[in-house]
Design a protein around this ligand. Structure first.
Ligand SMILES: NC(=O)c1ccc[n+]([C@@H]2O[C@H](COP(=O)([O-])OP(=O)(O)OC[C@H]3O[C@@H](n4cnc5c(N)ncnc54)[C@H](O)[C@@H]3O)[C@@H](O)[C@H]2O)c1
Length: 97
């Protein structure tokens, strides 16, 4: 099992989570990054706009206060990935797929 306590500290980083509109892994990874790893900012990508909204609302409801930016990106579409990457160029320290 992944133990963030033993991993290199990523506190203060900006983290990009893809598939973050999921009620499953994406959402929980975002939550763990914010609460356990103490990243400074979350960037959330998913193809599902409603899923992203729900994830942001859930994270807020669970007390996550750091800046969160969500974006609809279809990871099967190269142009959308490039557009999303351009919008955050230089800002991301960690990408978790
Ligand atoms: N849940 C588990 O226990 C588990 C275990 C091992 C591996 N996995 C794998 O990890 C991945 C995520 O699991 P999950 O439970 O969160 O799945 P999920 O289906 O709940 O979430 C997948 C997310 O990816 C998004 N998505 C789908 N196609 C996309 C696209 N083209 N562009 C952008 N976003 C897209 C969906 O909208 C959804 O929000 C899956 O591939 C799953 O097979 C899951």
């Amino acid at each position: 099992m992944w133990n963030p306590g033993k991993a290199k500290s990523i506190e203060g980083w900006t983290a990009l989570v893809t598939g973050a509109g999921s009620k499953g892994l994406g959402r929980e990874i975002a939550y763990e990054l914010a609460t356990q790893c103490k990243v400074a900012r979350l960037l959330l990508w998913d193809i599902n706009a409603q899923g992203l909204e729900d994830t942001v609302a859930d994270l807020r409801q669970r007390g996550v206060k750091i800046p969160i930016e969500s974006r609809v990106v279809n990871l099967a579409d190269r142009a959308q990935i490039y557009a999303g990457a351009q919008a955050i160029a230089g800002a991301v320290d960690l990408v978790r797929f």
